[in-house]
Design a protein around this ligand. Structure first.
Ligand SMILES: [Zn+2]
Length: 240
């Protein structure tokens, strides 16, 4: 009996800790325009907007990152850009479901594992994947562990070569992001994607369009940065 009561108390304390940790997100309301200061690598965010946890064709990738760590905030202009780009993808990538990865914290500043993401203008996007010619989401549910997935230079998943990056859908999403950014007073400042995967992206029909638009993709990266940008693409926006 004693044990049972103890377990119940521990369970309740655990639940209370989770609820209090996530309460800023539960209680958050997006209002008035955000203010970004400094750069993605050394900046802050005021009045950050929380991205929706899910939409019709997109999801945030991790409840821990979103609710507990509060890493799903962006600048209000980026917020609108994300939503509009996914609305366009409903038409250009029918049936596809995309995943947003880490954004910024409510007030920006330093974040675990990221060098940037500090002023609400950086967003990570999970690579969409295919298997036997169809979209697969079997590895989309692993939360923060997705950052550890590795892909070979052809875009095949290291331990499951039948699963590979859907470069065409990724390019269509980036085109939609570019259009939506311009419509919201932003522009894409830089995309970081593993250097040896860029040729596969630019080979696709939509990838060729991306190249024609002259969107800047990082051309040189320190190895430690290059190595971790195969499972996701990082986008820095800039206010025009
Ligand atoms: Zn990033």
């Amino acid at each position: 009996m004693q044990h049972k009561r103890k377990r119940r108390w521990v369970g309740m304390l655990f639940l209370a800790a989770i609820l209090s940790g996530s309460s800023p997100q539960w209680l958050h309301v997006n209002k008035s325009e955000s203010i970004a200061s400094g750069s993605p690598a050394n900046g802050h965010l005021e009045k950050g907007w929380l991205t929706p946890y899910r939409g019709k064709n997109f999801r945030y990738f991790s409840p821990i990152s979103y609710w507990l760590m509060g890493s799903g905030y962006t600048h209000s202009k980026v917020h609108r850009t994300l939503k509009e780009s996914y609305a366009v993808c409903e038409r250009t990538c029918p049936g596809a479901v995309f995943r947003l990865m880490e954004c910024s914290r409510k007030k920006g500043g330093k974040m675990l594992i990221h060098y940037t993401h500090r002023n609400g203008l950086s967003v990570d996007f999970m690579v969409p994947k295919t298997r036997k010619g169809r979209q697969t989401r079997r590895y989309d549910h692993i939360g923060v562990w997705h950052y550890l997935l590795e892909f070979d230079p052809e875009g095949r998943l290291s331990f499951d070569a039948a699963t590979s990056i859907d470069f065409e859908s990724m390019a269509r999403h980036l085109l939609a992001l570019d259009d939506a950014a311009r419509a919201n007073g932003l522009r894409i400042r830089k995309v970081i994607f593993k250097l040896n995967l860029k040729d596969d992206l630019f080979k696709t029909p939509s990838g060729r369009q991306l190249q024609r638009r002259n969107i800047y993709f990082a051309r040189q990266l320190p190895k430690r940065v290059d190595d971790v940008h195969d499972d996701h693409y990082h986008v820095d926006f800039e206010i025009r």
